[in-house]
Write a protein that binds this ligand. Structure first.
Ligand SMILES: C[S@@+](CC[C@H](N)C(=O)[O-])C[C@H]1O[C@@H](n2cnc3c(N)ncnc32)[C@H](O)[C@@H]1O
Length: 218
């Protein structure tokens, strides 16, 4: 697998697509052009972050979002049709009895050999930083990573992960060759998303990475 390529229910979530904000379809951004031989790559739970060449999917109708819909339901894509799924800090928005079905749905649409690249808050880093007693603002520095920003319905965390649990979940969903990935090595390393979250904030040189970044192959 070319590391440079790497970026990375179907009604199991309480959110129903019918209830989502109506947005003007005429303003839907143009989908990246995909010839048959060109990889189709999904950026799930993209929020405000845009990666050229990716199809962006999020619950929020932001200008660059191609499909405003639940990332747990990829029924607009056929089985084995996607090359890469990149999902930064969205899997923890599903509950402990939900996230596995989400991973299975992502597995379904990836082609054999396709790449899943995920980032979630790293519970080990959170716990160790808290226990260190060195945080500038104590627990306040960690609340967002633990429970989400809670600014809207899609901004709540329902699950915590460490490497053991997330690796096991990937494997249970069918993925293999689970390993950590380094955000420096990605095609979107200049994009400051949550997979690059550090404490102290933005101290990417000397701070601690607070994101557990794991990838796997279908
Ligand atoms: C913490 S933000 C991460 C944004 C970006 N990926 C980053 O790392 O900076 C989580 C994003 O996931 C989206 N989201 C949460 N639950 C979702 C769902 N069930 N379906 C679609 N999008 C969802 C939110 O709207 C939000 O944009």
């Amino acid at each position: 697998m070319d590391r440079q390529l790497a970026v990375g229910t179907l009604a199991i979530h309480p959110v129903h697509i019918e209830a989502w904000p109506i947005y003007d379809k005429s303003q839907t951004p143009q989908l990246p052009t995909h010839r048959k031989e060109v990889a189709v790559k999904l950026h799930l739970g993209c929020g405000k972050k845009y990666i050229p060449g990716y199809i962006h999917i999020d619950a929020q109708p932001l200008p660059h979002v191609h499909h405003v819909r639940p990332v747990e339901d990829l029924s607009l894509f056929t089985d084995c049709s996607i090359e890469v799924i990149y999902a930064s800090h969205v899997l923890e928005h599903f509950g402990r009895h939900e996230y596995l079905r989400v991973l299975k749905e992502w597995y379904r649409v990836l082609r054999p050999g396709g790449l899943l690249r995920v980032g979630v808050p790293d519970f080990r880093s959170i716990a160790e930083e808290y226990a260190s007693g060195h945080l500038e603002n104590g627990l306040r520095d960690l609340i967002g990573l633990c429970v989400g920003g809670q600014r809207d319905d899609y901004d709540y965390h329902k699950m915590v992960f460490d490497e053991v649990i997330l690796t096991g979940a990937f494997e249970h969903a069918g993925f293999s060759r689970v390993q950590r990935w380094d955000w420096h090595d990605t095609e979107h390393s200049s994009l400051d998303d949550y997979t690059q979250a550090h404490l102290p904030h933005m101290n990417k040189k000397d701070g601690r990475l607070m994101s557990l970044n794991l990838e796997a192959i279908k």
